[in-house]
Ligand binder design. Structure first.
Ligand code: AMP
Ligand code: MG
Length: 495
């Protein structure tokens, strides 16, 4: 097929067809602009499953035309790139206007997915930033998006990374990369905060109506909250956020920068920066080296998310009308989060869907034991999953320092009638407790190799993370305890 820049031919070549979505909201919401080219781009990684979601032509995706387009060096036919404006609270403080400082939306495909280039150059919202992303952080974002998908956690996706020899200054000089991100919408809580804080009530309403009509149509005509669709929207978003928090806590994921501008209106994990999957179970773990107060510690995430949905409530207040109604819409967060968290922990323990009295004691008791020993979180769960099937609990027991307390806990766990069919429970646990998790040191190894032009470790890791519950024989080292140097990795906001 012809790879010329001719409009129609190239549309057919990529398989991409566009429709108007966010851009229909009008110029108060964004600035149209072109990405800034990068010299000599090369492929770093691609995700076949995201390409499939987008119905992208496989041969085209391997072409130079695709490489140039996803680096921001050529604009795809039918795409009208733009950067959107939002505001937000950063580390608990109102930060005023932020916006897509280095993300450029290419548009929305006919299948209803937005495509965004992250790191494709400066925008009117770049403030002091250079509009770029470095290879290191782009690999982290790419791998983690696909890892979360593999774990079944709602997330923005990543189609590809391209790299360039262009240098980018961070703590040291690094090279530039662009991640192509994909999601039904990249709208954040901060978009609502922006129009609310600036008393732009009309725009606020247009944004809320757009989000309801596109993503939460059930909020329209719901009898709840006296038929107020904006209160219904707030409740729906806060519940999705509660579910997401339950999933993060259960898989041991720390986001690291839960500012309101990094909170998706669709309840997706978004903006992968200094994130980390727990190695040792340390509830107060802070993965972001820049977070000196520990605001975004692992065990604070559910409360911080509630604080964030409260900010969203404030932003929506002009539309909701009454404070009491807004507060009522937030109420269910307090029951949805614990219920969802318990459900996920029961699943990790192979106890099935039915809640029973004593579950909280059983789960809390275990988490206290794990915390006391700083036990490796993923390996503990994977070993327990096998042990339930084999009856061989020594490999698990050996991980927990307080063995008397462990024996007592294990006895009460194994006495659960819901564990009667051990084979079935073990199988269910192995499908819930992953063997492969994107630990910091694995990411670091893939990054080191990629910096030297070797993308094989990245590809292997990507494959393992796409199906993290499978055994993948021959890849034991990727499921092993972290090396000693892992604890010295420092990840900051700098990306
Ligand atoms: P973050 O905390 O990474 O989500 O970013 C907060 C804000 O800073 C957002 O508005 C980003 O677009 C912007 N930003 C971060 N890094 C850069 C950069 N290198 N160039 C321009 N804007 C940036
Ligand atoms: Mg952000």
């Amino acid at each position: 097929m012809n790879m010329s820049s001719d409009g129609e031919a190239a549309t057919t070549a990529s398989g991409l067809a566009w429709q108007q979505g966010f851009s229909a909201l009008g110029p108060a919401f964004f600035t149209e602009l072109q990405p800034t080219p990068l010299p000599s781009p090369h492929w770093v990684g691609t995700s076949a499953s995201v390409a499939h979601l987008l119905d992208l032509d496989e041969a085209w995706l391997r072409s130079d035309a695709a490489l140039q387009a996803f680096t921001g060096n050529a604009v795809l036919p039918g795409s009208h790139p733009l950067a959107s404006v939002y505001s937000g609270h950063q580390f608990g403080i109102w930060a005023g206007q932020l916006g897509d400082g280095r993300a450029i939306l290419l548009g929305e495909t006919a299948a209803g997915l937005e495509i965004q280039l992250k790191g494709a150059g400066r925008t009117p919202y770049s403030r002091m930033g250079d509009g770029r992303a470095v290879l290191r952080s782009s690999i982290r974002e790419f791998l983690c998006s696909e890892a979360m998908q593999g774990l079944g956690v709602p997330t923005t996706r990543a189609l590809c990374i391209t790299g360039s020899p262009a240098s980018v200054r961070r703590e040291e000089i690094e090279t530039a990369a662009v991640v192509t991100r994909v999601a039904p919408s990249f709208i954040r809580f901060g978009h609502f905060e922006h129009f609310s804080a600036n008393d732009m009530d009309e725009e606020l309403k247009a944004l809320a109506d757009y989000v309801i009509d596109r993503y939460y149509p059930e909020c329209r005509g719901s009898a709840q909250f006296g038929g107020n669709p904006y209160a219904a929207l707030l409740q729906a978003v806060s519940e999705r956020t509660a579910v997401l928090m339950a999933q993060w806590q259960a898989v041991g994921f720390c986001h690291g920068v839960m500012n309101t501008d990094n909170m998706s209106i669709l309840g997706l994990t978004i903006d992968y920066g200094p994130f980390q999957f727990l190695d040792s179970f340390v509830p107060g773990h802070v993965c972001n080296h820049s977070d000196t107060q520990g605001r975004y510690a692992y065990n604070r995430q559910p409360n911080v998310a509630y604080w964030n949905v409260f900010c969203l409530a404030q932003a929506l207040l002009p539309l909701i009308g009454e404070q009491e109604l807004a507060m009522a819409a937030l109420e269910s967060y307090k029951t949805v989060f614990p219920a969802e968290f318990m459900a996920r922990m029961r699943a990790k323990l192979g106890l099935g869907a039915v809640a029973e009295e004593g579950d909280a004691e059983l789960i809390d008791g275990l988490l206290v034991l794990l915390a006391k020993g700083g036990v490796d979180y993923p390996i503990f769960w994977r070993r327990l999953s096998h042990a339930v099937g084999t009856g061989e609990f020594e490999p698990v027991r050996g991980m927990v320092p307080d063995q008397a307390a462990w024996d007592e806990w294990l006895a009460s766990y194994l006495a659960q009638p819901r564990l009667a069919d051990r084979t079935q429970a073990s199988e269910a646990m192995l499908a819930t407790n992953p063997k492969f998790v994107l630990r910091n040191h694995l990411c670091e190894e893939a990054i080191r190799a990629a910096k030297l032009g070797d993308f094989s470790a990245l590809q292997t890791l990507q494959q393992l993370l796409e199906s993290p519950f499978e055994e993948h024989p021959g890849h034991e080292s990727y499921a092993a305890f972290p090396p000693a140097w892992a604890s010295s990795i420092e990840i900051s906001c700098s990306s």
